[in-house]
Design a protein around this ligand. Structure first.
Ligand SMILES: Cc1cc2nc3c(=O)[nH]c(=O)nc-3n(C[C@H](O)[C@H](O)[C@H](O)COP(=O)(O)OP(=O)(O)OC[C@H]3O[C@@H](n4cnc5c(N)ncnc54)[C@H](O)[C@@H]3O)c2cc1C
Length: 374
C-alpha cells in the first residue's frame, strides 16, 4: 500500500503532523527508531504556547492528569555571582519526555496512524512527483510525501548527505532526573564557563537536570555518583544544588555535535519539520513549542499538495516562506543569547543588565518564542 504521508521520527513534530494529517483523513505511517516509552535528552520545560497545540491534538487533559508540574518563575545565575529572578509571563509546565512522547504516539495510534516504533529509517529515495521509497530496518515502505522529523541529529542526516552534518560542532548535552532539592515552581538556568545547566521539576516530583556545554568540559573530572562534570560547580548556586542532589536516573541521556546551524526545509524533496529543519538554542526553552508549531504550519500545505491543489514547487515555496517568517529571527536571537551565556564576562553583563532593567529580561523571553493562540 502507498501511504499519503510517511513521517520519520515520532517526537513532537512527527507525532503532531501525523495526528493532524490522520484527522484530515489521510493514510499516514509514523516510523520511530526507539521502542516507546523512552527517556529522551531534553530540559522537559514546556512553554505556554504548547497548551493550544495539546488541546488541538487531544492530549491536554491527559497532560494535566499525569500531573505536569506548573512553573511560574525563572531564576538565572552566573559563575561570577550575578543573578536575576523574574515571574514568567504565563504558566509553563514540567513534563518528562518519557510521558509526553508516549502520549502523542498513543494518540496517533488512536487516530489510525500506522505507528511503528523500533523501526529505524536507513535511507529515502524518490521525489514529490513520483513518490518515495523509505528503507527501514523492517523493510521498505512507499509514500507520496515524506516528512523528516528525525530531530537534531540522526545517522539519517549522514545517509542523506545533508550539508550541516559535514561541519563539526563542539556542543554536547546531557540530562538526568535527580532528587534532593526543592525548587518548587521555578525554572533555574545557571551559567558556568563554556556552558549552562537548567533545573526544573517534572510530574514525578523529580528534578530534571539538563546541561549543554563545550566538549572540553566533558574532559574534566566528574562527580562520580552524579555523573556531572565538576566544572559545572564553578557556578556557586549549581555547586550548592549538586551538593544536595541524588541521581535517580540509572543512566544519563547524552548527545554530542549539537548544532544551531541553519538547515534546509527540503532535502531531496523530503520536507523537514521540528529540529530537522532547525533548532533553537535550549536556553530559550521553546524547542518543543517550535516543533509542534512547525507541524501546524506544514500540514495545510501538505494537505493541499496531496489534494492536487498545490504543485510540488508551490508547496515547497509556501512552506519555506511560512517557516522563515515564523522562526528565522527567533533562531538567530537564540544563537546570540546562547553565545553570550556560555562566556562568563558576557553572562555576568547580560544577567546584571536584566537585574537592572527587568523589562529587558521579559523582552528577551518574549522575543525568543511565539505568541500563544497564534
Ligand atoms: C540540551 C537540550 C535541552 C532542551 N531543553 C528543552 C526544553 O526544556 N524545552 C523545550 O521546549 N525544548 C528543549 N529542547 C529542544 C527540544 O528537545 C527539541 O526542540 C524537540 O524535541 C524537537 O522535537 P522534534 O520532533 O523535532 O525532534 P525529537 O523530539 O528529537 O524527535 C525526533 C525523533 O526521531 C527519531 N529518529 C531519529 N532518527 C531516526 C531514524 N533514522 N528512523 C526513525 N526514527 C528516527 C528519534 O528517535 C526521535 O524520537 C532542548 C534541546 C536540548 C539539546
Amino acid at each position: 500500500m502507498t501511504y499519503d504521508a510517511i513521517a520519520i521520527g515520532a517526537g513532537l513534530s512527527g507525532c503532531s503532523a501525523a495526528i493532524q494529517l490522520a484527522k484530515r483523513g489521510y493514510r499516514v505511517l509514523l516510523l520511530e527508531q526507539s521502542h516507546y516509552p523512552i527517556h529522551k535528552l531534553c530540559g522537559e520545560f514546556l512553554s505556554i504556547e504548547v497548551t493550544e497545540a495539546f488541546e488541538n491534538l487531544g492530549i491536554l487533559a491527559q497532560v494535566h492528569k499525569v500531573g505536569a508540574h506548573p512553573i511560574h518563575r525563572a531564576y538565572l545565575t552566573t559563575a561570577g555571582g550575578a543573578s536575576f529572578r523574574s515571574d514568567l509571563p504565563s504558566t509553563a509546565l514540567g513534563l518528562s519526555r518519557y510521558q509526553l512522547d508516549l502520549m502523542l504516539f498513543q494518540r496517533a495510534q488512536e487516530l489510525n496512524v500506522d505507528c511503528q516504533d523500533n523501526t529505524k529509517v536507513v535511507s529515502v529515495v524518490g521525489n514529490l512527483q513520483e513518490g518515495f521509497i523509505v528503507n527501514t530496518s523492517k523493510g521498505d515502505f512507499t509514500g507520496r510525501l515524506v516528512l523528516g522529523a528525525f530531530g537534531k541529529r540522526s545517522p539519517l542526516d549522514r545517509a542523506l548527505n545533508r550539508e550541516f552534518i559535514q561541519k563539526k560542532s563542539p556542543w554536547v548535552a546531557y540530562k538526568g532526573h535527580f532528587t534532593g532539592v526543592d525548587i518548587d515552581d521555578v525554572i533555574e538556568l545557571h551559567s558556568f564557563p563554556n556552558g549552562y545547566c537548567g533545573l526544573s521539576q517534572i510530574e514525578t516530583g523529580e528534578i530534571n537536570v539538563c546541561w549543554i556545554a563545550h566538549e572540553r568540559v566533558m574532559k574534566e573530572a566528574t562527580y562520580k555518583d552524579l555523573g556531572v562534570p565538576e566544572s559545572l560547580a564553578k557556578n556557586p548556586v549549581l555547586a550548592d544544588r549538586f551538593h544536595n542532589m541524588k541521581r535517580v536516573s540509572t543512566s544519563l541521556q547524552g548527545l554530542s555535535q549539537i548544532t544551531f546551524a541553519l538547515k534546509e526545509n527540503f532535502h531531496n524533496d523530503i520536507c523537514m519539520i521540528g529540529d530537522t529543519a532547525g533548532m533553537i538554542a535550549p536556553l530559550c526553552g521553546d524547542g518543543m513549542a517550535m516543533a509542534l508549531r512547525s507541524a501546524e504550519i506544514v500540514v495545510p500545505f501538505v494537505s493541499q499538495f496531496l489534494d492536487n491543489q498545490l504543485s510540488a514547487i508551490a508547496f515547497k515555496q509556501e512552506y519555506v516562506n511560512a517557516w522563515r517568517k515564523e522562526f528565522q529571527t527567533r533562531l538567530q536571537l537564540g544563537r546570540m543569547i546562547h553565545n553570550c551565556f556560555v562566556q562568563p564576562p558576557l553572562a555576568d553583563m547580560g544577567v546584571n543588565l536584566c537585574q537592572m532593567f527587568p523589562n529587558l529580561g521579559n523582552w528577551i523571553i518574549g522575543a525568543t518564542r511565539g505568541k500563544p493562540n497564534n
